[in-house]
Design a protein around this ligand. Structure first.
Ligand SMILES: [Zn+2]
Length: 227
């Protein structure tokens, strides 16, 4: 089995990607970035999966991202608004985030002799972030090959063309549906007090709406009755 690293945020997509990656590679590190996220609960989820799977966390400092406006890093911005500069995108967009993450992870991999980077980015259901698109990922992979003299590098994005319902189905097929529901965090408002059938969250922010709708669609599409 080849070695890999997984970029992890603590959300449903990146944790599902980790479980998928463990099927086909030996995951050496969970790469988690500190960019002054408002909600520390995301890191708690990463700690949980790190302990459970016995895979170490490699933490990268990305606090430079707080220089760029986003509702994910600033209390003063409303998560339901449009982005204050890039108006076609939601306020939750963090400009440059995934580009910095891939560059950092690629450099670490080059220096450690690891060829495969997994990411949970997805262009289907995900608010139209341009750095989650397949074309961006392919361009970044090419950049890593060229800029690091690293021809073997691969960025794998198993969720790229799945919607949320299919991501739930993948967790189900991998045997971790209930764990994914309980031990991942998606809510932009950081709400954890109540566990719904689709997971923790406020139920109203854009991330919760997508997750809740995806769960309902998952049950409908696959006609599943879960206990
Ligand atoms: Zn929410």
């Amino acid at each position: 089995m080849k070695d890999s690293v997984v970029l992890i945020s603590g959300g449903q997509d990146s944790v599902t990607t980790l479980l998928f990656a463990m099927k086909e590679t030996s995951v050496r590190s969970l790469i988690w970035f500190d960019y002054n996220q408002k909600h520390k609960v995301e890191r708690d989820m990463v700690d949980y999966w790190s302990k459970r799977m016995r895979i170490p966390i490699l933490q990268g400092d990305m606090r430079l991202l707080t220089r760029f406006p986003s509702a994910l890093t600033s209390e003063s911005k409303n998560i339901n608004d449009q982005h204050e500069i890039m108006g076609d995108l939601p306020a939750s967009f963090v400009p440059g985030r995934n580009l910095f993450f891939f560059l950092w992870a690629g450099t670490i991999c080059r220096l450690s002799g690891i060829d495969i980077i997994y990411s949970g980015v997805c262009e289907t259901d995900y608010s139209g972030y341009p750095d989650c698109r397949m074309s961006t990922v392919k361009a970044m992979e090419r950049t890593l090959k060229e800029g690091l003299d690293f021809d073997r590098v691969e960025i794998r994005t198993p969720l790229m063309f799945m919607d949320k319902a299919d991501t739930f189905k993948l967790a189900y097929d991998l045997g971790y549906l209930k764990d994914i529901i309980k031990h991942t965090h998606t809510c932009y408002n950081g709400v954890r007090d109540e566990l719904h059938d689709w997971g923790h969250g406020c139920g109203e922010c854009p991330a919760c709406v997508i997750r809740k709708k995806g769960y309902d669609e998952f049950l409908r599409r696959y006609s599943l009755e879960l206990s």
